[in-house]
Write a protein that binds this ligand. Structure first.
Ligand code: MN
Length: 242
């Protein structure tokens, strides 16, 4: 009996057109970054962990969003995010997104930065009421985290253009008022340590994105709100909630 080792069968014709790859623009060139998986780190800034009721000293943990749950926003454009179904408490979480162009398993932190292609500004938009319901019941988080347009993301800047990303400021304004402000240096698990932990659990691949967690100050947005996310050295992310 043949042994199957692949995610795909090559026999036969496709029943219908395969979904187009999700792609993100790259600053300074016309090439596109094709997305494989979207990993997210939970509670990776101490003050945010505390505002969510934790100590900030727990080991890192991860969840995913579907690649087609991203909302790709071109430089200079304003992304339009429809207010999602079922929630009455849609929260913003501004995050540094790390884009990988190499993969592997069991990568040690000392080797991890070689996997990184570049960085982007992202928002881990969260249906907080639904997430909290699931937490209380010990159920999975997908309904709170993994929905359409839940991951607005701006263009990727290659890493060699942002050598100081580890100390960059990160902030989010809603309708011009700052709601979140911090520094990438406040990450509990830095980029390399995050890659070490992730690659112990999953085989990382070129095209993987990592949303690295959000600083304190998460809160609700409503239809008509304008979100401006910034990380020093990266292209600003602008989103309007419709
Ligand atoms: Mn998050």
């Amino acid at each position: 009996m043949p042994i199957a080792t692949s995610a795909a069968s090559t026999k036969g014709q496709l029943l219908f057109a395969a979904p187009a790859p999700v792609t993100i623009p790259v600053t300074g060139c016309s090439a596109l970054f094709p997305v494989h998986r979207v990993y997210c780190v939970g509670r990776n800034y101490e003050d945010h962990a505390k505002e969510m009721g934790f100590t900030g000293r727990e080991p890192p943990f991860f969840f995913m969003k579907p690649a087609d749950g991203l909302l790709v926003v071109e430089e200079g454009a304003v992304g339009a995010m429809p207010y999602p179904a079922l929630t009455k408490n849609l929260h913003h979480e501004i995050e540094l997104v790390v884009a990988l162009d190499k993969g592997g398993r069991d990568i040690k932190a000392v080797d991890a930065m070689a996997l990184v292609f570049g960085y982007a500004v992202g928002l881990d938009m969260t249906r907080r009421d639904l997430q909290n319901d699931m937490k209380k019941q010990g159920r999975p988080w997908e309904i709170g985290k993994a929905f359409e347009h839940s991951g607005p993301i701006g263009p990727i800047t290659p890493k060699n253009e942002v050598p100081d990303i580890g100390t960059a400021g990160i902030s989010l304004a809603v309708n011009g008022a700052i709601r979140q402000r911090g520094s990438i240096s406040q990450l509990i698990w830095n980029i390399a340590e995050t890659i070490e932990h992730l690659s112990a659990a999953w085989e990382l691949r070129p095209g993987d994105l990592i949303f690295t967690g959000t600083p304190e100050g998460v809160g609700p947005v409503t239809s008509g709100d304008r979100l401006d996310g910034t990380i020093e050295g990266l292209v600003e992310l602008q989103v309007r909630v419709d």
